[in-house]
Design a protein around this ligand. Structure first.
Ligand code: G3H
Ligand code: 13P
Ligand code: ZN
Length: 330
């Protein structure tokens, strides 16, 4: 058993308390490899932002759970070396089984998500409560989910979203004891969050997606005063990266994300955690394609992973400063 506190990590309790009081959201950035982790830590240490390092079960398998533990410890050390000892949590994203959550807690995670959102309500509730009962014995915080996001959640593809029913949130939070709750208000995973036919065009001809269901978010917040709400599927699918990918041989048609202004609005209110994975993937892919496209003779991975890492740092600093509002809050 590795206690996350020995790794220098923190759980999300204080992070969320301060985010709620300060009207900002904590960034939860997914990572799978060293360059992504370096970028997250450097961006967050330089902007003095608390951060949640987020690992899906697929990422855990890809990176190796033992290596992950040491990477997380390394992240804490790097931030200290930079003179910016920001709070860092290590969080399991979309845990689907009790045993997976237990295993993560035993290997140093400070926070886990148990995602029973595709299960019938009472089954989601009892699975979530079981995880909470175990996690809280180790002072690990737990995120639950109500409502289903469209798109890909690890191995599960949901064709249609089901918005969260605000009538269920109080009962779910009270009976499970979760520390935060992910809700579904129109975001979705991946780079194709909206169909062009459901969007309108602005004066510049750019596709503008329908607004998120802020009425549902507000009603959930009214039923759960002061309680941290989480938004998944919150990448903006930055058009410059999509364009760069396509210019250098990629083929991402009709990729559309969540406008930054809507994320800003959510972060100012009761949303305390915003999940971002796809934007990082797009930035990295764009810079790798550009570098190799312009320098076809290059075969030293550092020569294309280096610029990709630099771009990721730029992207995350921008998000912390201009979208989530977490910069300067550590
Ligand atoms: O919500 C899903 C995350 O973007 C993780 O994706 O399961 O492909 O690692 P992944
Ligand atoms: P995006 O695909 O919008 O980045 O969402 C990531 C996410 O919700 C991870 O849990
Ligand atoms: Zn998610």
């Amino acid at each position: 058993m590795t206690d996350y506190k020995e790794l220098g990590l923190v759980n999300t309790r204080d992070m969320f308390k301060q985010a709620m009081a300060g009207g900002y959201a904590i960034p939860a950035y997914n990572f799978n490899n060293m360059e992504q982790l370096q970028a997250i830590v450097i961006a967050c240490a330089e902007t003095k932002s608390p951060v949640i390092l987020q690992v899906s079960s697929g990422a855990r398998k890809y990176a190796n759970q033992t290596l992950l533990k040491h990477l997380a410890r390394g992240a804490v050390e790097i931030a200290k070396d930079m003179g910016s000892p920001i709070p860092i949590a290590l969080h399991l994203d979309h845990g689907d089984k009790y045993e997976l959550c237990v295993s993560c807690i035993e290997t140093g995670f400070s926070s886990v998500m148990i995602d029973g959102s595709a299960l019938p309500y009472e089954e989601n509730l009892s699975l979530t409560k079981k995880v909470v009962d175990y996690a809280h014995q180790h002072d690990v915080t737990v995120e639950g989910e109500l409502g289903v996001l469209a798109g890909i959640e690890d191995k599960v593809q949901h064709e249609k979203s089901h918005y969260t029913d605000p009538n269920q949130v109080e009962d779910f939070v009270k009976r499970t004891g979760v520390d935060s709750l992910a809700i579904s208000i129109g975001t979705s995973h991946g780079a194709y969050k909206f169909k062009p036919k459901d969007c309108t065009r602005n004066a510049q001809g750019i596709l503008v997606p329908p607004e998120l269901r802020f009425d549902i978010l507000d009603e959930c917040a009214r039923r759960l005063p002061g309680f941290p709400i989480v938004l998944h599927g919150s990448s903006s699918v930055v058009p410059e990266y999509v364009e760069m990918i396509n210019r250098y041989g990629g083929k991402l048609d009709d990729a559309i994300g969540i406008p930054e202004e809507q994320l800003r609005r959510a972060a100012r209110g009761s949303v305390c955690k915003i999940n971002i994975d796809s934007d990082g993937r797009l930035a990295m892919t764009a810079l790798i394609r550009k570098t190799l496209g312009e320098s076809p003779k290059e075969f030293d991975p550092r020569k294309y992973l280096g610029p990709a890492r630099e771009e990721l740092i730029k992207l995350m600093k921008h998000k912390n400063e201009a979208v989530l509002g977490s910069a300067g809050k550590a």
